[in-house]
Design a protein around this ligand. Sequence first.
Ligand code: ZN
Length: 205
Amino acid sequence: MTRTPSHDGAPRDIEALIEIMARLPGLGPRSARRAVLHLIDRRGTLMAPLAATMAKVAETARACFNCGNISTADLCPICADEARAQGQICVVEDVADLWAMERGGAFAGRYHVLGGTLSALDDIGPEDLHIPRLVDRIAGEHVREVILALNATVDGQTTAHYIADALEGTGVSVTSLAQGVPIGGELDYLDDGTISAALKARKAL
Ligand code: ZN
């Protein structure tokens, strides 16, 4: 009798859970197996509340219709907060970058999440990045300054210049985070102090 070599002796449901967990960023099959064992050991205090919270967020999570931030309502807490209407919009590539800026605590305005960068290789154009929506917000929210906090990659910088061109004639000033964002570096990996410094020393594009 032959046995399937990949099977590690776990029941099918648990095997299925391991396979799903292994798809998470930063987890491979080995870490997924350890995480699942850890969860099963603490199924009352950790696994059950995790499952309940995940089910709730899976049902309620959506993109803020104004800025693209992850929210559980149509409008995210930042867009819903009138105190954040400072006449400044910080443009970021993704929600992880928005969270990184918020952790820095140096920015009091609102955000615009592009959901990526222009990329000929991946066939991502301006219409895919909510750039028309950004242009609409300039007038609607009395925006004076758009701060581009895009990664220092070739695609990030191409996108920055495209947005600067798209906003020409709107009277808004377009600035960019100062050097300090390493080439090819992603905002999410910078420490909070570096982000604050790059924001304070931003320059006109
Ligand atoms: Zn929002």
